[in-house]
Design a protein. Structure first.
Length: 134
């Protein structure tokens, strides 16, 4: 076996030169209009914080295989690389990264506390070969 230089942080997801695909679970009331319009429309709310997963199987596990209330529909969400880059540039770690000012950058007074993300164990990762998104 050979050694590879694996980055400390990486995103593994289906992607093309133009887009990256993530997955998120929604209630039928949100998912059905979004599927019909092929974009998010009301009652979808941009203000709602969400955690898009890069793996369909990981999303299925997290939403109880589409059995949890309000998470009965799993949508594939295709984001432009530009939009995904914008989201990453404006994102914040869910835990203190020990750099000065973390709380001011990442914990605005009106933010709701959510549970931290749980990265999938190797057995939960998809079996398809996914290259790192670079």
């Amino acid at each position: 076996m050979y050694a590879r230089n694996v980055p400390y942080r990486q995103i593994r997801a289906f992607h093309t030169e133009e887009s990256i695909t993530g997955y998120q679970a929604y209630a039928a009331a949100v998912a059905a209009p979004a599927v019909a319009a092929q974009r998010f429309v009301p009652p979808f709310k941009r203000e709602r914080m969400t955690w898009i997963k890069p793996s369909f199987l990981w999303m299925m596990y997290r939403c109880g295989y589409a059995t949890k209330p309000g998470q009965e529909r799993v949508l594939a969400i295709e984001l432009s690389r530009e939009g995904f880059g914008w989201a990453l540039a404006h994102a914040c770690l869910s835990h203190d990264d020990r750099r000065p000012g973390w709380a001011a950058r990442c914990c605005p007074p009106n933010a709701r506390t959510r549970s931290p993300p749980r990265w999938p164990r190797p057995s939960e990762r998809p079996s398809a070969h996914l290259e790192p998104f670079v």
